[in-house]
Ligand binder design. Structure first.
Ligand code: FAD
Ligand code: SF4
Length: 445
């Protein structure tokens, strides 16, 4: 039987920001790994191509060091991916044991070995006399930096925020991905000689053409951090948050530890979160930990929610209510413009869309929920600071940078990868594309 790691008790964890998933013991990891048939079917589900059977087999034999060395040949962020990848739609979906509903717990095993070792593989870095600038320190930027550095490039990452990690740092809460895990992975990159310039907003602090004077090649990996809006009446009321702003306050600025940290956050008693993705789940679970009653409203059915299955389960265990087939039409404000209620239209399913998800339509029936805060988490697009400050860079109407099959942009010596190219996606997809871009940079430069 598939072995699930132990979790913090829901009653306890709603009062803290400590990690929910407590991970495997050695014995649990070995027992889970020994279920593996070593067939390799799972590998095609991994966007960075990790040799999964090889590392799982090493764990099964108790050779933990060997297991992490195998993973590191393919990924610089195993402790992150073991925690946040949607394995159920990737490697675990392809696992032959998933037919019986019990795929190998690949994510938990990856996390287990990644956490076991703080010292990392060292290797000789060749000197090639080339330099690369990476714009953005999210999973795409960190992955490309690793690949380029291993190939001997001098690498500098430019990051606009005061801490590296991108969404890993400012979006995903500590109870899913602790800061110390991101620090550990970034420290490793820095120990290889990668340089990191924080508080450096490309397109304002310096422009792309200035960076091209000091680097042989550039990778744009600036993500999709611009939240979409509902565009309904009341959205500018007091107590309406965009999820990214709310989560940044908590995760990056540690508002939940006010006054030790200086960023405050207002205490709300009834919070409605709009959306069905990881961002919505994270916002809801943070609001719950701040003491609120929380309801998630989603316009489709629960099976259509893009959030990781584990996040949905954890949210429910933590007492978060789900209302599906409901679409916000107005945020009702009181005389002081504070949020008072949210008005929703009931939706109904009207067949299947081309993407296989249920199509929905409005019913013209409405209901309201009391709330003193509304957090909107309905998607993000790239911000356009870079795109609008450089001539000759082609991007589409959503602000996504247009690239060729090798991730090369319309600008000479400039590549792009991650959410800035695909739109909001996943950590591992951003990493996979960044690896491809780095490979082409190495070949071309
Ligand atoms: P990002 O992670 O967005 O990093 C981009 C970096 O570039 C940022 O640090 C930004 O500050 C910096 N930057 C932007 N503009 C500039 C500039 N002009 N100059 C310098 N620096 C700049 N995916 C999963 O797989 N699993 C999950 O559980 C999951 N949960 C998520 C939860 C939340 C709240 C959010 C928002 C996303 C989540 N995702 C999850 C999606 C995933 O995090 C992203 O797909 C991934 O981080 C994209 O990586 P990236 O490197 O392209 O961009
Ligand atoms: Fe092991 Fe499943 Fe991968 Fe086969 S598909 S190697 S059983 S994890």
């Amino acid at each position: 039987m598939r072995i699930e790691p132990k979790m913090q008790d829901p009653e306890v964890r709603i009062n803290n920001f400590e990690e929910v998933n407590l991970g495997y013991t050695d014995e649990e990891a070995i027992a889970e790994a020994q279920r593996c048939r070593l067939c390799g079917a799972c590998v095609k589900g991994c966007p960075v191509g990790i040799d999964i059977p090889a590392f799982v087999n090493s764990i099964a034999k108790g050779k933990f060091r060997q297991a992490i060395d195998i993973i590191r040949q393919f990924s610089v962020l195993p402790a992150v991916c073991g925690r946040v990848c949607p394995q159920e739609n990737q490697c675990e979906k392809e696992c032959i044991l998933s037919r019986k509903g019990e795929p190998i717990n690949i994510g938990a095993l990856e996390r287990f070995v990644a956490d076991k070792f703080s010292e990392k593989e060292t290797f000789d870095i060749p000197k090639v006399g080339k330099s690369a600038g990476i714009i953005g320190s999210g999973p795409a930027g960190l992955t490309a930096a690793y690949e380029l550095r291993k190939a001997g490039f001098d690498v500098t990452i430019y990051e606009s925020l005061h801490a590296p990690g991108g969404v890993l740092r400012y979006g995903i809460p500590n109870f899913r991905l602790p800061d110390k895990i991101i620090d550990k992975e970034v420290d490793y990159l820095l120990s290889l000689g990668v340089k990191l310039q924080l508080n450096f907003l490309i397109g304002k602090t310096v422009y792309i053409n200035e960076l091209l004077e000091i680097h042989d090649g550039l990778l744009i990996a600036t993500g999709a951090g611009l939240p979409s809006r509902l565009n309904i009446p009341g959205e500018n009321g007091v107590g309406v948050y965009l999820a990214n702003e709310f989560l940044t306050r908590i995760n990056l600025m540690h508002a939940y530890e006010f006054p030790i940290y200086h960023t405050p956050i207002k205490k709300f008693s009834k919070v409605v979160v709009v959306g069905g993705g990881n961002v919505a789940m994270d916002s809801a679970r943070v609001a719950r930990r701040l003491g609120a009653d929380v309801t998630i409203v989603y316009r489709r059915e629960e099976e259509d929610m893009p959030a990781r299955r584990e996040e949905r389960i954890h949210a429910k265990e933590e007492g978060i209510n789900f209302i599906t087939l409901a679409n916000p039409v107005e945020i009702i404000l009181d005389e002081y413009k504070n949020v008072k209620q949210i008005k929703l239209e009931k939706m109904k399913v009207s067949g299947k869309g081309l993407d296989g998800r249920n199509k929905i339509e409005g019913t013209l029936e409405y209901f309201t929920i009391d709330a003193d805060a509304v957090i909107t988490a309905i998607g993000q697009t790239p911000n356009r600071i870079i795109q609008e400050n450089v001539k000759g860079l082609n991007f589409d109407s959503h602000g996504r940078v247009i690239v060729d099959e090798n991730l090369k942009t319309s600008l000479n010596r400039v590549w792009a990868a991650g959410d800035i190219v695909t739109g909001a996606a996943t950590v591992i997809l951003a990493m996979g594309e960044a690896k491809r871009a780095a490979a082409d940079m190495i070949k071309t430069l």
